[in-house]
Design a protein around this ligand. Structure first.
Ligand code: EPU
Length: 330
């Protein structure tokens, strides 16, 4: 375990927002339960703590006056037992996807190029191109910072749903140390996402490549512009709202039936409301994908928040639909 005082978080959030944390503790794969227990008593247990994964879903609006706890990004080699793979929570998710394919295990190729860590993928139930983390998570090992012990959660215990797990309801409680994924030995391509339909003969590596290119065609390259990927979740509306919008907007993409109603495309709503390519202060709406807010030049978290608020209000006014951020604003 390593500790740093008064540290810049610029390299720890993919928006590249330059704020500081009073302290950062980096947990390492070999740390004992006794060492993890010290996290519970920082400053006599009064210290506010924030658990940070890859920072790909966080917008900091000010300095963090407390301790940021994160897992070392060092990629401790995953452990394989037949089709089960256990990976360190701090491992970069895309490195794990590559590792699984290199080791003849399939399923997660559709999650290629998703930024963030293995631990965050379970918290957030990340998803793209017809797959979600929940399709592969077997179990999650965490340290309970509240009660001070190690615990293991099954897939069902995590209560996964669209961009949701029960970990989101108790932020700061569980430090996810390892996630075990169940994969397949036989490769059966998941081509349910429309743009992938034409790839029935692609190998797993070719599908991974195609997905990576598709993704980077729609999202800013991290080395050029910071962002948090999709900034908003796709909103789920009831049948009446969907029928009204369907009738009013012939160009609206079909909604996906979803638990509780119909899942609309937030990107289309924001685009149709005229926001694509607009900037406000240092924050902007990505010209190739209106669902993505990005750092158009040394932006502050407040500028991102203010742009997000303006979009939410406008979409509410124009379509009667409430957009909820996927990104967490701190
Ligand atoms: N659309 C527009 N204008 C835009 C953006 C999108 O009209 O500016 C339309 C598209 O043409 C399409 C529809 O909206 O008809 C949906 O777009 P897309 O297929 O790109 O998917 P999405 O619903 O916008 C979701 C995930 C992405 C994931 C893609 C692909 C959420 C919030 N986002 O986006 O996840 O990569 O599907 O599966 O569910 C992320 O979470 O960070 C992320 C990138």
């Amino acid at each position: 375990m390593k500790s740093f005082d008064n540290i810049s978080l610029k390299a720890y959030n993919t928006f590249g927002i330059d704020v500081k944390a009073r302290r950062m503790v980096v947990v390492e794969p070999g740390d004992s339960v006794e060492q993890l227990a010290t996290l519970r008593s920082l400053d006599g247990g009064t210290e506010p703590e924030l658990i940070l994964g890859g920072g790909s879903n966080m917008v900091f609006t000010k300095d963090y006056d407390g301790t940021v706890v994160t897992l070392s990004r060092e990629s401790a080699c995953p452990v394989r037992q037949s089709t089960l793979v256990t990976a360190w929570g701090g491992m970069v998710m895309d490195d794990l996807v590559r590792w699984t394919l290199d080791n003849g295990l399939y399923g997660m190729e559709n999650l290629s190029a998703i930024p963030g860590t293995v631990g965050a993928s379970a918290v957030q139930n990340v998803g793209a191109y017809g797959a979600e983390a929940k399709d592969f998570v077997e179990s999650v090992e965490a340290y309970d910072l509240k009660d001070g012990h190690l615990c293991t959660f099954s897939n069902a215990d995590c209560c996964f749903a669209y961009r949701y797990s029960m970990f989101k309801d108790v932020p700061g409680r569980y430090l996810i140390l390892r996630v075990t994924f169940r994969l397949k030995k036989e490769y059966a391509p998941n081509l349910s996402y429309k743009a992938l339909e034409g790839l029935p003969h692609a190998t797993a590596g070719e599908l991974r490549q195609a997905i990576t290119e598709l993704r980077w065609g729609k999202l800013p390259r991290p080395e050029e512009h910071g962002s948090a990927g999709s900034f908003f979740k796709n909103p789920v509306v009831d049948e009446e709202v969907y029928a009204r919008l369907r009738q009013q907007y012939a160009d609206m993409p079909d909604a996906h039936p979803s638990a509780g109603g119909y899942k609309l495309s937030a990107g289309w709503l924001i685009d149709r409301a005229g926001w694509k390519g607009r900037t406000q202060g240092g924050a902007g709406v990505w010209p190739k994908n209106a669902l993505v807010l990005y750092n158009a030049g040394a932006c502050t978290g407040e500028e991102v928040r203010s742009l997000a608020n303006a979009i939410q209000q406008d979409v509410k006014q124009k379509f009667g639909v409430v957009l909820e951020p996927e990104a967490i604003i701190i």
